[in-house]
Design a protein. Structure first.
Length: 242
């Protein structure tokens, strides 16, 4: 089993409403972090845009509570650190699969969704806190999802949630330290090296419209760069479909 990163705590639960909700409760109770929260079962797991996130048996549902010393805008860049850490885990356990990252915060295996990431933040008497929620399909993938899903078990033997979490914690600590010392550019370069769909036509679904163009990369803030007939648009929030 991978050595646990120094300075990071861990708390386990058999069942929670969601690990992100528990992170919020811990933060509001004064927990300084960094601490990982893991649950065998979530009965109210959340995905992006208020969607539910189903944690099937044998999968990983975990949240890291951390208090970065950075602006709220900059803290959002840690979704890229999380995606890189998850991609590292996936590549380790399924070396034959094509592991890519999909803007803004998904990880794919052979073009299908393997993991999702949800960042939530708040402030309290100690300052700001961030909950980095991560769900990885280890043993099974949900059916009937809008974007096709997969699980690590389809490529190799599924690791245990404990083994996956241990490596995830180590790799996130690596990318977090890189961000703290080198800023976003370090994450940006590594993320682009793993990005799926670069240079291809994509559909970007925004809160109030849908746009089509060529995926040119991400800018220095993490916004997606969409080339629409020669005009580059920076998109800060939305969903991408290849």
């Amino acid at each position: 089993m991978t050595n646990w990163p120094q300075g990071y705590g861990l708390v386990r639960h058999a069942e929670l409403d969601s690990t992100n909700s528990e992170a919020r409760r811990l933060a509001e109770a004064g927990e300084a972090g960094p601490i990982w929260i893991i649950a065998e079962k979530q009965n109210a797991g959340r995905g992006r845009r208020g969607r539910s996130w189903e944690t099937l048996s044998g999968n990983l549902a975990a949240t890291l509570l951390v208090r970065p010393k950075a602006s709220r805008e900059a803290v959002g860049q840690l979704s890229f650190a999380a995606a890189l850490a998850v991609a590292d885990v996936a590549a380790h356990f399924a070396p034959a699969a094509a592991i890519t990252v999909k803007w803004p915060n998904d990880v794919l295996a052979d073009g299908r969704k393997l993991a999702g990431i949800l960042l939530e933040s708040g402030t309290d008497s100690q300052g700001g806190w961030l909950a980095v929620g991560i769900g990885i399909n280890l043993a099974a993938a949900p059916e009937g999802t809008e974007f096709p899903a997969t699980a690590l078990a389809e490529f190799a033997g599924a690791p245990s949630p404990d083994d996956a979490l241990a490596l995830l914690a180590v790799r996130f600590a690596h990318w977090y330290d890189a961000w703290m010392s080198g800023g976003f550019e370090t994450l940006r370069a590594a993320w682009l090296a793993r990005a799926g769909g670069l240079g291809l036509l994509i559909r970007a679904r925004l809160p109030h419209e849908t746009r089509h163009g060529v995926f040119e990369g991400i800018d220095s803030t993490g916004a997606l760069l969409l080339n629409e007939q020669g005009r580059i648009h920076a998109i800060a929030a939305g969903e991408v479909f290849f």
